[in-house]
Design a protein around this ligand. Structure first.
Ligand code: ZN
Length: 435
């Protein structure tokens, strides 16, 4: 009954605001990929009156109700918040004193976000997730593999030399995966505008294997959750991590419902040694696995150029219903494990590019998973840049700071990257009209 009343209200308000230019993708918007809300104008363009505060309050109230099917022609989605998932238990995912993946990344980033006032923003809501259940994990992973990890956790034995396991680590992993499920579901069901899942992006885990600090592939778990629960048909995964996501790639290698695009450092120079141009997918999924290997010391301009040249046209042609982007700060120029040349401002631009593409292609439905990074000093700056790029439409890149100043002569490799893109486009031409 309430739903009917709300829908009647929305219909009434739609009529009331016909002729306004509140719609998203307003070509006269702010120029940063987001629209600017304006007052009601008459057909001759002269401002007649500003909509009343009462009407605005009603719209805000209605859009806060998760069960209301939101009429996007109203443009009221702008009032929905971006959720950021965080739980203090995330820090249990601490792989040891001498390990590059420590649990303090979560605490330090959360403190930095607080310092920057991210959670005080009217655009942002903090969401505390529940842990993922064993059934959630089994949506992607084999029973043998999941049971093995649970057994290793009890015995406190590592999965491999890089990937220790304990009951604390398992608990941390389940909370992080739970955060990714909660964030992605909230976006897909339009309860929030966009989402940032802190800690997410365990892209090295396949169906029956882990490794590279990863136990469970949260990206695939989210996709399978949404396929089952919300009939998701087409998802685009953009992997902006410095490492190729061999796990995600393997899981969807022959699946045309998931377009996997990965930008990463040349696999001949970094773990996991996968992600070459010729790894294009197989069977029905041939053409849906796209790798952009970037030479060591590729700089920000060249990285962003590659992103725009491949990701944007493919996203437009594939028309996903949801974009999931995973990575973190390990493509930063000061990262200890990677050798690419991004700065915090570059991460902000990545985040903005993804968000603007989602606005254009899939009603803004994007979830950003932010978990990697192995220089703890720069990590909070980069994670903030990524989160703010999604959550704060009015923020300009001038306010994004970096702990280190950008390199005087930023590594670029533009020519080498152009060569890679040329080769890749020749391969992609067989499958995609855009090239
Ligand atoms: Zn990585």
């Amino acid at each position: 009954m309430c739903k009917v009343v709300a829908c009647l209200w929305i219909t009434f308000l739609t009529d009331l605001f016909q002729g306004t230019d509140m719609a998203l993708n307003n070509p006269e918007g702010s120029g940063n990929g987001y629209p600017q809300r304006r007052g009601w104008r008459s057909s001759c363009g002269k401002r007649r009156f500003k909509y009343s505060d009462l009407s605005l309050e009603i719209i805000k109230y209605l859009t806060s109700l998760s069960w209301v099917g939101l009429p996007e022609q109203l443009g009221v989605r702008r009032h929905l918040k971006t959720c950021v998932t965080y739980h203090e238990k995330f820090q249990l995912y601490d792989l040891g004193v001498n390990h590059p993946f420590r649990g303090d990344r979560f605490v330090k980033s959360k403190a930095f976000f607080d310092e920057k006032g991210l959670f005080q923003s009217t655009n942002v809501v903090l969401m505390e997730p529940k842990p993922a259940s064993k059934d959630d994990l089994l949506k992607v992973h084999t029973e043998d593999y999941v049971n093995r990890i649970y057994r290793l956790a009890e015995l406190k034995k590592p999965y491999d030399i890089d990937t220790p396991v304990s009951s604390r680590i398992l608990e941390g992993a389940r909370f992080i995966v739970g955060g990714v499920i909660a964030a992605g579901t909230a976006v897909f069901e339009r309860r929030v505008n966009r989402a940032v899942a802190l800690g997410g992006g365990f892209h090295h885990a396949g169906r029956s294997y882990g490794g590279g600090f990863c136990l469970f592939n949260d990206i695939a778990i989210l996709i399978e959750h949404l396929r089952e629960k919300s009939n998701l048909k087409r998802a685009l995964v953009l992997d902006y991590d410095v490492h190729a996501g061999n796990g995600t790639s393997d899981i969807y290698y022959s699946d045309p419902g998931v377009l996997y695009i990965s930008l990463h450092q040349d696999p001949r120079t970094i773990y996991p040694g996968r992600g070459f141009i010729h790894e294009i997918g197989s069977g029905e999924g041939e053409g849906y696995n796209v790798n952009i290997p970037l030479p060591m010391r590729t700089g920000e301009k060249a990285y962003l150029h590659a992103l725009e040249e491949i990701f944007l046209p493919l996203a437009e042609e594939f028309k996903p219903e949801l974009i999931i982007a995973n990575g973190g700060s390990d493509a930063h120029f000061a990262d200890h494990l990677g050798s690419l040349g991004l700065t915090a401002k570059g991460f902000f631009k990545i985040s903005r590019t993804i968000t603007a593409a989602a606005e254009k292609i899939c009603g803004g439905k994007v979830v950003l998973l932010v978990g990697s990074g192995y220089n703890i000093t720069v990590l909070p700056y980069c994670w903030y840049a990524l989160a703010a790029g999604v959550a704060e439409p009015d923020l300009t890149q001038d306010v994004i700071e970096d702990f280190f100043p950008a390199p005087h002569d930023p590594w670029q490799n533009m020519k080498q990257v152009e060569t890679v893109l040329k080769k890749l486009k020749i391969v992609l031409r067989k499958y995609w009209k855009s090239f």
